[in-house]
Design a binder for this molecule. Sequence first.
Ligand code: ZEM
Length: 295
Amino acid sequence: SGVQSGKVALNFTPAKEDYQKVYNKIVEFVEDAGDYDDGSYGPVLVRLAWHSSGTYDKETKTGGSNYATMRFEPESTHGANAGLNVARDLMEKVKQEFPWISYGDLWTLGGVCAIQEMSGPKIPWRPGRIDGLAANATPDGRLPDATQGADHLRNIFYRMGFNDQEIVALSGAHALGRCHADRSGFEGPWTFSPTTLTNDYYKLLFDEKWVWKKWNGPKQLEDKKTRSLMMLPTDYVLITDKSYKKFARAYADNQDLFFKDFSAAVSRLFELGVPESQWVTSEPWEMKTKEEQEA
Ligand code: ZEM
């Protein structure tokens, strides 16, 4: 009996090893980035997986990673998604080789793969998302606005079902990648090692002196010492809001704790909006890193 994944009728039921092959193909593409950014597509793949999941609303049970609606206009052109065409185009090349995988599974697996290969923790993941229609897309405005403050973050992330501790843990993803003036308007990386996941984001928040950048762009902070790093207004509230600060301090002091909480929160994030009945396994899998398979 065939499984129906979007429009592609399958004559086999993909097993964990089939998804591992997809994972391994994503690794090849991530590493083959040439001069792109810091030499890796990893960070932008994490952002694609996050933006495809972070539209979830727990009250109406709409949005989330299930239907991969960012393939369609107008969601693909929502301001928050500027630049993610780079990640979607890359994932399209993987899809070409594994046409049986749904876009939602592919994009979230891309995020898992990118985090794990950039020295992050294992992110438990399982397949089951199905390709939806443009009609399944959510309205603009569900993703966070970096110019705003602590209450805005609560409004956005509580709507997805997360608490303050999880908001702080998820924000640690900004150890990775950078802002692009031609995408969000903001500019620069958060850490000195934007292709390696560490707890440096929290350490830098506490240890550096952050001053407003004098420029024509949107309000952002820069480190006074080197002026080469940045923080968004929504990053900075993690050390000015009393409740957030407690968790940021704990993650700055303990990378293992950050990795444990980050893994749990991201795993849940990537599953938002997927009905329980769709999962092919009750227990999420740990996909193997490239390094583990070579050992
Ligand atoms: Zn981000 N993020 N994000 N983020 N993000 C950017 C880039 C990246 C916010 C935000 O406005 C921005 C989470 C949460 C939040 C990543 C992962 C995750 C950029 C820069 C902005 C403006 C985009 C550009 O110009 O290219 C806000 C306000 C957030 C609320 C807390 C969460 C949660 C994430 C994952 C778990 C990543 C990896 C990037 C870097 C992308 C790249 O291309 O390098």
